[in-house]
Design a protein. Structure first.
Length: 705
């Protein structure tokens, strides 16, 4: 039994939100302010009464117009009234093998239906609506009276009234709603859970616990977070029958210590007791006062137990640990404590659904520790909760994260991507749905799945992206971004490239494979830096068409072999690409047609080599050499990544194509040569290299909102 789906309406960022959950672990990712904490808070408020109650600020902004109509205009008749408020629905799926004792009052009589739907609402009943509207009328009258006495007084609005009074009129409702065998809400009877308390308790069905991002670990000298947690954990451990013998042994030792300490206390405190007698605190032949030892094990653990770590045979206090280790250890302590709460050993048996929500476990931890965490968390949380009389239950876990390292180590199917949508708040996407969008290109999806999780999971957290071909661009791109920022003044509503959340990804000339992913994630902008790849087309002796790399020649028809260019622009004729201006290199996805189309306002710019003083390059290196002819021939420049004889030839003939095709010994080394030389830019008389214009055009476009 598990929660298969959660729907939330009108809570903070979650305007009309649905998220599907995995049975064991759901890893929720998304940029800052995409609703991850809102999901935790709404679950805590409805399931645990967290933060005591809802407030006016919890209503989504889109809900405000609905709330305003309660105060402004004519009174709404009961027949036309629909309860406004915050809603959360839990779609629970069970199987024939599940223990249905707790949930049986809600189970459908249809044997094919394995769903139960719980709805939680913070809503305004029609009766409360009438009372609230009358109270608001009085509120307005008082405000107007204040204004009459003081012309400068600013009359409070309905929002002010709501902020002070929402808790008086809105109430929490918990209901079981009709649901069909497909897990969709349908027509039927509604059960108010409060009316069946004698046969059904919500806490028997669901126990919800969480570890939020604001954990108490720090590195203050007096911090003892971990030590304090031992007392809390002890309270759960002592109830476990498996620990009974160890606990009894601890108590025996404490009783022996009590006896010895009480005898010592008699000597230590005899003068004080004598003074008490002297001042009449104890009458002769009356009650005798004694100070004795009374060691309670849980207090002992809290106040007199220290978690230490050992280094070189010496024990050091817990706060000498790095914050990362303290955070990780604290989480493990907390998880173990929560597992004991799930076990409910003093009650009949554990709840049917035990849900744990962990918020941002990566806090203070380095990448390697994040890898280790996600690798092992499934094993830790996959262990059954052991309840009374051998009853076992599973734990269902939600983890939210901003860590690309945690994402890289997770199962692709576990990923849930949260994205803000201007018109509808936040939406959640299952990565498994992405496979459906790839349709007949299953091999593309397989490649994407491996590539994203292993190498480039930071794309989930980026606002913009630069997709490049190879090592040269990958190494140089950060430097080129800084150069563009330094050499070009910011326009209105522009921010430096180096200050924006931009991910740089090397994908060769296979960006077309990522097309569906681009739209699935919804980047603000994408700059694709790729090569024109000019080729001659011939037919060999066997009748097979062969494409051969060649310099651009406008006297004959030539073609590109770049699959990405053909995907974005729909043809392979080089002359058509050479004719495109920078503005015409922008494209937009046409959802209806299922293809990319040229669009002046498109969110993707495909940047490839453009004309340089009458010369048309075919690759980055070709364009770089054509742009920097004078730079390349200077005697003070060192190029370990180039073949010396071809460089010398270039100094004579200035042929960029020949040097690019034959003179590259190592692209990575050549890029590093350029970075090293760039590091000398503050030296007197320094002459540096320039960025090919097609890349400058793309970066300047990307820099804009």
């Amino acid at each position: 039994m598990f929660i298969e789906r959660i729907k939330v309406q009108n809570f903070r960022l979650l305007q009309d939100f649905t998220i599907d959950l995995q049975q064991v672990l759901s890893l929720v990712v998304g940029k800052n302010n995409s609703g991850k904490t809102s999901l935790l808070k709404v679950m805590d408020k409805f399931l645990n009464g967290g933060d005591s109650k809802f407030s006016f600020e919890d209503f989504s902004l889109s809900c405000h117009s609905e709330l305003e109509r309660l105060f402004v205009g004519d009174t709404i008749e009961e027949g036309e009234y629909s309860e406004p408020g915050i809603n959360m629905q839990l779609f629970i799926k069970y199987s024939e093998t599940d223990d249905l004792e707790y949930i049986s009052p809600l189970v459908s009589l249809d044997s094919d239906n394995n769903y139960v739907l719980l709805q939680f609402s913070y809503a305004l009943s029609y009766t409360s609506y009438g009372s609230m509207r009358a109270a608001f009328s009085d509120f307005q009258a008082k405000e107007n009276a204040k204004k009459a006495k003081n012309a400068g007084y600013e009359i409070k609005t309905w929002q002010d009234f709501m902020k002070s009074n929402v808790g008086r009129y809105f109430s929490v409702y918990k209901r079981s709603m009709p649901v069909n065998k497909d897990g969709e809400q349908c027509e039927g009877d509604v059960i108010d859970l409060q009316t069946i308390r004698d046969v059904f308790r919500l806490e028997d069905l669901i126990t919800f616990r969480y570890i939020d991002a604001r954990r108490s670990v720090d590195n203050k000298d007096l911090d003892s977070t971990l030590s304090n947690q031992t007392s809390k954990l002890y309270q759960q451990l002592e109830d476990n029958e498996a620990n009974a013998e160890s606990m009894e042994d601890l108590r025996d030792k404490l009783r022996d210590m009590d006896a010895g300490l009480s005898e010592n206390y008699g000597d230590v405190f005899k003068d004080v007791i004598g003074k008490v007698k002297k001042f009449g605190g104890v009458q002769p032949n009356d009650t005798i006062i004694k100070i004795i030892s009374n060691l309670r094990e849980e207090i002992l653990l809290k106040d007199h137990t220290t978690v230490v770590y050992e280094d070189g045979g010496k024990q050091l206090p817990e706060n000498h640990n790095g914050l990362g280790y303290m955070n990780l250890i604290s989480m493990i302590f907390e998880i173990e404590s929560i597992r004991r709460q799930f076990a409910r050993v003093r009650e009949r048996k554990p709840s049917d659904i035990n849900m744990l929500f962990i918020e941002e476990p990566e806090a203070h931890t380095h990448p390697q520790m994040q890898y280790i965490f996600i690798k092992n968390i499934k094993d830790l949380l996959g262990q059954d909760v052991d309840g009374k009389d051998g009853v076992k239950r599973k734990i269902q876990t939600i983890i939210t994260t901003h860590s690309s390292h945690i994402v890289a180590e997770c199962e692709f199917e576990d990923l849930k991507y949260l994205k803000r949508v201007p018109s509808s708040g936040v939406m959640a996407k299952n990565m498994t749905d992405l496979e459906k969008e790839y349709g007949g290109h299953s091999e593309w999806f397989k490649f994407l799945k491996q590539y994203i999780t292993l190498d480039r999971s930071e794309l989930f957290f980026a606002d913009k992206a630069i997709f490049i071909e190879g090592d040269t661009e990958r190494i140089l791109m950060p430097a080129m971004m800084k150069m563009v920022d330094d050499d070009n003044a910011l326009e209105e509503k522009e921010y430096r490239l180096t200050s924006q959340n931009i991910s740089i990804v090397a994908v060769g000339n296979y960006t077309h494979i990522f097309t569906k992913f681009f739209n699935f994630i919804g980047f603000q902008k994408i700059c694709v830096v790729t090569d024109l790849d000019v080729c001659d087309k011939t037919v060999n002796a066997h009748g097979k068409t062969v494409y051969t790399s060649a310099p651009y020649d406008n006297s004959k028809e030539q073609y590109t072999t770049n699959a990405s260019l053909k995907e974005y622009f729909g043809n392979s004729v080089i002359a058509d690409y050479v004719a495109l201006s920078a503005d015409n290199k922008k494209v937009k996805w046409n959802e209806t047609e299922g293809k990319w189309e040229k669009d002046m306002n498109g969110n993707m710019m495909v940047c490839f080599q453009s004309d340089i003083d009458g010369y048309q390059p075919r690759s980055f290196e070709d364009a770089f050499f054509a742009t920097n002819k004078d730079y390349m021939v200077k005697d003070d420049k060192v190029f370990n990544g180039l073949v010396e004889k071809h460089l010398n030839t270039f100094k004579e003939d200035k042929n960029p194509y020949s040097l690019a095709e034959n003179g590259i010994k190592s692209k990575a080394t050549f890029a590093i040569d350029l970075l090293i030389d760039r590091g000398k830019s503050n030296q007197p008389g320094y002459v540096g290299w320039n960025i090919p214009q097609y890349i400058v055009d793309g970066l300047l476009w990307l820099r804009k909102d």
